[in-house]
Design a protein around this ligand. Structure first.
Ligand SMILES: Cc1ncc(COP(=O)(O)O)c(C=O)c1O
Ligand SMILES: [Zn+2]
Length: 450
């Protein structure tokens, strides 16, 4: 076996492994289907994307819903004592990764808060607006869902010695490094050199080998794919690895289950869903995962309708919005300049499915300015006690705009997904929050100021 030592001070020896052995998943994983051409592949036939379109043919995992329905029900899930995303293991195409009691096994299971004060400010009725706070994940972002499932998949195909790599604007990498540290599995990370310090600190603390790419997020993605190919690392990069959306779909399961529990007379044999779901969009993988989750639940007959899904992009990084606006699935590279670093993506890697999440659900795309994002950060914190990073608050900024444009009915229910915690980017939080007041340590001085 060829070995490559990346750094003399780094403890990991990076082994080269090009062929990944396939181990049968417990969950009924039938095949992959290409998002672009519809070609289907057996689970052991391909690893990442459809071979016909370079790196861009994202694959969707096809599950055997008849088999799942026979083994699992809304009631059996409700009886589970597992409060993490692993309570939905019967709907996931991976084996149980084990490591009970670690952050890997505690990803997901984030709270759905009732946000009546925010609802009032938007002239929505009480009990209709909910905030899904995914900043409460172990590494403080939504991305833990994807990384937990990718780590489970990696354990199946390569074991704990298989190195996992990813490109990331920061959160996906922190999530991968954090989930991998539960095992432990070595990770190699590519982030733009401009990534907020807190996210880089997380990576280093979890023991990842971190490369700060002197370029954009898009450059980091390209380098991660090349590196994975060259060194035989298992690649988690968003919009490339088919298992990320399988993890992300668990947010839709939680929204359905928790929204049902929040109703006055919850049904027992099925779940209810809100009328609308709002989520921020960069690559388009989170929105696609949420869409896939609701599609799975519809296919199982566990929900009765599809919510309208709204994708919100920063006005300075609008590539998926632009395609949706043109009624096109062709994603054209756009500038990427926004305070919301996590959604600053010039060439979204999951844009086609991202567009479909809105078009196939009668939802829409909206863009919001950085000022609107900063205002949303303040309002979420003050009106619902949820501290979000800029991309985390972008979905809420979109809801404010959608309400202003009359897109939400007077009695409709809404879930806004907050995708990342505010401590991820303290510099932006300070920009949103304003200055604290300096005071001399005397009551007299304080009296002058109060
Ligand atoms: C906090 C946060 N929100 C939203 C997103 C957007 O997700 P996607 O790139 O899958 O659209 C990301 C992605 O990094 C993120 O970290
Ligand atoms: Zn294809």
């Amino acid at each position: 076996m060829n070995c490559l030592i990346l750094s003399s001070c780094h403890p990991f020896i990076l082994s080269q492994q090009t062929e990944l052995p396939y181990i049968q998943a417990m969950a009924p994983f039938l095949a992959y289907k290409c998002t672009l051409c519809g070609a289907e592949y057996a689970p052991d036939e391909v690893t990442y994307v459809c071979p016909k379109h370079g790196d861009s043919g994202n694959l969707e995992v096809l599950l055997d819903f008849a088999a799942i329905r026979q083994q699992t029900s809304v009631a059996s899930i409700a009886a589970s004592k597992d409060q993490s995303l692993w309570r939905y293991l019967p709907l996931l195409p991976v084996d149980d990764p084990g490591f009970v009691g670690t952050p890997l096994r505690n990803a997901g299971g984030t709270p759905l808060y009732r946000a009546d004060r925010l609802a009032k400010a938007l002239a929505l009725p009480p009990g209709k607006l909910f905030i899904k706070d995914d900043g409460r994940n172990p590494t403080a972002s939504f991305k833990d869902r994807a990384s937990a499932v990718v780590v489970a998949r990696s354990l199946m195909v390569g074991g704990a010695s298989q190195i996992i790599t990813t490109a990331s604007s920061g959160n996906a990498a922190a999530a991968l490094a954090g989930m991998a540290a539960s095992v432990p599995i070595p990770t190699v990370i590519f982030v733009p050199h401009t990534a907020p310090q807190a996210k880089v600190a997380q990576l280093l603390m979890y023991g990842a080998r971190v490369f700060l790419v002197q370029g954009s997020y898009d450059d980091a993605v390209d380098l991660s794919l090349q590196a994975a190919h060259e060194f035989g690392w298992y690649c988690r990069s968003t919009g490339y690895n088919p298992f990320t959306i399988e993890g992300k779909k668990t947010a839709a399961f939680e929204i359905a289950e928790q929204f049902t529990q929040a109703q006055a007379n919850p049904p027992i044999h099925h779940w209810q869903v809100p009328d609308c779901v709002f989520v921020s969009v960069g690559d388009g993988n989170i929105i696609s995962g949420i869409h896939k989750g609701f599609k799975d639940l519809l296919a199982l007959g566990w929900i009765e309708k599809m919510p309208r899904i709204y994708g919100i992009q920063a006005a300075g990084s609008p590539a998926v919005y632009e395609a949706w606006k043109r009624h096109s699935e062709e994603i054209v590279q756009c500038p990427a300049e926004t305070i919301a670093d996590s959604i600053s993506v010039g060439l979204p890697r999951d844009g086609v499915r991202g567009v479909r999440a809105a078009t196939q659900t009668n939802g829409a795309y909206l863009t919001v300015t950085d000022e609107e994002i900063l205002e949303a950060m303040r309002n979420l914190a003050r009106g619902a006690a949820v501290f979000a990073e800029p991309a985390g608050a972008t979905g809420y900024a979109g809801l404010v705009k959608a309400v202003g444009q009359g897109m939400i009915g007077e009695t409709e229910s809404v879930v806004v997904v907050v995708t990342g915690n505010g401590l991820k980017d303290v510099k932006s939080a300070m920009r949103a929050a304003g200055e604290a007041t300096l005071v001399e340590p005397s009551l007299q001085a304080l009296k002058k100021l109060v």
